[in-house]
Design a protein around this ligand. Structure first.
Ligand SMILES: CCCCC/C=C\C/C=C\C/C=C\C/C=C\CCCC(=O)SCCNC(=O)CCNC(=O)[C@H](O)C(C)(C)COP(=O)(O)OP(=O)(O)OC[C@H]1O[C@@H](n2cnc3c(N)ncnc32)[C@H](O)[C@@H]1OP(=O)(O)O
Length: 213
């Protein structure tokens, strides 16, 4: 079902969501520690038993609905459970996006060993995922939020993890409900590591909600 962007979201639970964001960050640290740990087998087994117990505690009460999304007072879309930006989703990097003075989107990114694909480099699918969201944010910044129709990535150089880099995205043109957008991922030294182009489509049902904001 198409998400309803204007749908009222639960509020007044800010302190609890802040605590959940802290938990999510701890789980990111845990995932990194799992990927890099070199402790003996008995310790791995003992830690696994502890994690089973912790997992059961969290499963004692489960949400009936996904984590909430909201439009913030400065007009941004915040979704705590998003796989790329969600503060409360351990899967998310999380990507922190800024809007550029030119109306596009940018983000400082440092990938982690957890994002490895080819040895010592970042997985191409992770890079595509980051582009998908950043390019989508630039489309939203242009006033035409939409869903990805197509996304194409040109991988120019292996992307290292553990090094800060910058991604940019900007809309190139729009036509009706279609918006074309481009992006780059650039090393701190200025080398373009990957480029992306995408077509986003604003679902007809969203046009009214976006226009009403
Ligand atoms: C993740 C957040 C999502 C929520 C965002 C909401 C608001 C956000 C605001 C700020 C957020 C900031 C950033 C985040 C935003 C996005 C980042 C992540 C995006 C994703 O992670 S998103 C998941 C992957 N994505 C999908 O899950 C799409 C599944 N799909 C559909 O939901 C439909 O398929 C849809 C809506 C795409 C089109 O459906 P429709 O019914 O509206 O379109 P229709 O058929 O009428 O076609 C109209 C014209 O578009 C052409 N056309 C249609 N589809 C095309 C395609 N794929 N490629 C090329 N052209 C296409 C036709 O050929 C026709 O062209 P023409 O007019 O020239 O004949």
């Amino acid at each position: 079902m198409m998400p309803d962007l204007a749908q009222p979201q639960e509020s007044g639970d800010g302190t609890r969501f802040a605590a959940l964001a802290v938990l999510a960050q701890q789980v990111r640290d845990l995932v990194d520690a799992v990927v890099l740990t070199d402790v003996p087998e008995e310790e791995l087994t003992a830690v696994t038993a502890d994690l089973v117990a912790l997992t059961e505690r969290l499963k004692e009460s489960r949400r009936a609905a996904p984590l909430p999304h909201e439009w913030t007072p400065d007009g941004r879309f915040r979704h705590l459970g998003n796989a790329v930006t969600g503060e409360c989703n351990p899967h998310a990097l999380p990507l922190v996006i800024e809007r550029t003075p030119e109306g596009g989107s940018r983000a400082e990114i440092t990938f982690r060993p957890t994002h490895e694909g080819p040895p010592a480099a970042v997985h191409g699918g992770v890079i595509a995922m980051i582009f998908d969201h950043l390019l989508g944010d630039a489309v939203a910044a242009s006033g035409a939020a939409g869903l990805t129709g197509t996304l194409s990535v040109r991988y120019r150089r292996p992307v290292p993890y553990g090094q800060p880099m910058t991604a940019h995205a900007a809309v190139s043109r729009g036509e009706g409900r279609k918006t074309w957008v481009e992006g780059t991922l650039t090393s701190a030294g200025g080398t373009v590591l990957a480029e992306a182009t995408a077509l986003f489509i604003t679902p007809a049902q969203w046009a009214e909600a976006l226009g009403a904001r």
